[in-house]
Design a protein around this ligand. Structure first.
Ligand code: SF4
Ligand code: FES
Length: 255
């Protein structure tokens, strides 16, 4: 089914001629368990400035064409991590993807990320993802008295886990991982990234505990180093490298 929206409608010929808008087709994977058991593709043809983002296109479709289209987003600026989706077959944040960069001459496919149960349209059940995150104890663990001043750390020590502090928990990495697709019990790259962030923090005292958690049969050894996770990460985190560092720490017990 194709629904069309023409933004130049009602404008004079001069205004319409000067328009930077192009016609783009968004082919969206729709699923509503209250209506049908199977997901189907639906085309939406819209007039849009190619310098706008996929999130803008989804808003346009939802607000002007089909209010039932369901997706998550919050910040719209690459910070909250809530709008990861598969765009033209690749995991990306809708709010960080410009239409001009994804070949708008052809239909642009948009579907939910893989490996997590789709609840409706582009919305998946994130609970297994967040459970794995909670399981690695993503918080600073220290013993002894409450400090009376900051816990000091050298610039070099801070640098060891700088990359993994950038995670926004969007799940683009975990849901691009073939091991996770085949077995949702695997902790997945994002949980390991967040374990890395604390294992390599010189102020933390629960590194051994976290390593034991990831030594599990569903832990870090399941990684097959496919690099999908690194390619998918919208924050540019070297996810595979972080996983390798956790593996090495498990072998050497030095971190
Ligand atoms: S590591 Fe990157 S892709 Fe994975 S959850 Fe964090 S920000 Fe998203
Ligand atoms: S809406 Fe927050 S990261 Fe895209």
């Amino acid at each position: 089914m194709t629904t069309t929206l023409d933004k130049t409608e009602g404008l004079g010929p001069a205004a319409a001629g000067a328009s930077p808008y192009i016609t783009a087709t968004f082919r969206i994977r729709r699923f509503n368990p209250e209506v049908a058991e199977e997901a189907t593709w639906e085309d939406f043809e819209i007039e849009i400035d190619p310098k706008e983002r996929v999130l803008d296109a989804l808003h346009k479709i939802k607000w002007e064409m089909d209010g039932t289209l369901t997706f998550r987003r919050s910040c719209a600026h690459g910070i909250c991590g809530s709008d990861a989706m598969r765009i033209n077959g690749r995991n990306r944040l809708a709010c960080k993807t410009l239409i001009k960069d994804i070949n708008p001459e052809k239909p642009i496919t948009v579907e939910a990320i893989k490996g997590l149960t789709v609840l409706k349209d582009l919305v998946v059940d994130m609970e297994p993802f967040f459970q794995a995150y909670r399981d690695v104890m993503p918080f600073l663990v220290t013993t002894g008295n409450e400090p009376t001043r900051e816990r000091l750390q050298s610039a070099e020590d801070r640098e060891r886990f700088d990359d993994t502090t950038k995670c926004i928990l969007c799940a683009a990495c975990t849901s691009s991982c073939p091991v996770f697709w085949n077995d949702g019990q695997y902790f997945g790259p994002a949980a390991i990234v967040n374990a890395h962030r604390f294992i390599f923090d010189s102020r933390d005292e629960a590194g051994e505990q976290r390593l034991e958690i990831l030594n599990d049969r569903d832990g870090v050894w399941r990684c097959r180093t496919t690099f999908n996770c690194t390619d998918a990460c919208p924050r540019g985190i070297e996810v595979t490298k972080a996983i390798q560092e956790v593996k090495r720490a498990l072998i050497t017990r030095r971190f």
